[in-house]
Design a binder for this molecule. Structure first.
Ligand SMILES: NC(=O)c1ccc[n+]([C@@H]2O[C@H](COP(=O)([O-])OP(=O)(O)OC[C@H]3O[C@@H](n4cnc5c(N)ncnc54)[C@H](OP(=O)(O)O)[C@@H]3O)[C@@H](O)[C@H]2O)c1
Length: 183
């Protein structure tokens, strides 16, 4: 039995999750902190998460935040190489180079029930493996023109059921989808 795997991610209106160089300046503006009006604010989502599985590139962004945002939660970083961990993260982060199904099964066996899957490539790999049950996409009112896309050629084929779309006064628009089992 696999744990429940969810995606909760912000994109520009043209579908990017960061600028090409990884910058998130367009997302971390103070005006976008207010999530009132959204059907599933981040704080409510993260409170239900047991473990986070993220790609190495997303980890490298989170690692450099002034505070580690996932204190107290199991964090698995996907990478095919050796992970450079700063001392403050020893014991808090584990690296894994396995396939999505094997990682989900291992986390389920360790008692984790709700996994937060993060990072563009990582999300697409978990989607392609049929493991994602829910997608929450929050669109930020900006066009970046270029950047790292959420969806790309390696991520198609999923059927979605729309659950809810909501908006905040600052222009954030959140759509929630259930990922339907493959036909
Ligand atoms: N807008 C938002 O809300 C949001 C949220 C999260 C992230 N981001 C941004 O998105 C960017 C990163 O996204 P991304 O698509 O470039 O990459 P990503 O998924 O974060 O990381 C990709 C890396 O993960 C590793 N990986 C993924 N699946 C693997 C698997 N099954 N087995 C082994 N390794 C695997 C590989 O690492 P190796 O190359 O080491 O093998 C791959 O290069 C960052 O700039 C981050 O800040 C934005």
């Amino acid at each position: 039995m696999h744990p429940h795997c969810s995606v909760f991610i912000a994109t520009s209106v043209d579908g990017f999750i960061s600028r090409r160089d990884g910058a998130l300046d367009w997302l971390t503006k103070p005006e976008f902190l207010d999530q009132r009006g959204l059907g599933l604010p981040y704080e409510r989502f993260i409170a239900t998460v047991d473990a986070i599985v993220m790609g190495r590139k997303t980890f490298e962004t989170a690692r450099d935040f002034p505070e580690w945002p996932y204190e107290g939660r199991t964090v698995v970083v996907l990478s095919a190489r050796e992970l450079a961990l700063p001392p403050r993260l020893h014991g808090k982060v584990v690296a894994d180079g396995g396939a999505p199904a094997a990682i989900a099964a291992r986390l389920a066996a360790a008692g984790h029930r709700h996994l937060y899957i993060d990072g563009g490539q990582t999300i697409r790999r978990f989607l392609a493996a049929g493991l994602i049950r829910e997608l929450t996409l929050t669109r930020v009112p900006v066009l970046l023109g270029d950047g790292i896309p959420l969806f790309a050629a390696d991520g198609g084929g999923s059927r979605l059921e729309h659950l809810q779309t909501s908006a905040a006064a600052n222009g954030l628009v959140q759509s929630r989808y259930r990922v339907l089992p493959a036909a």
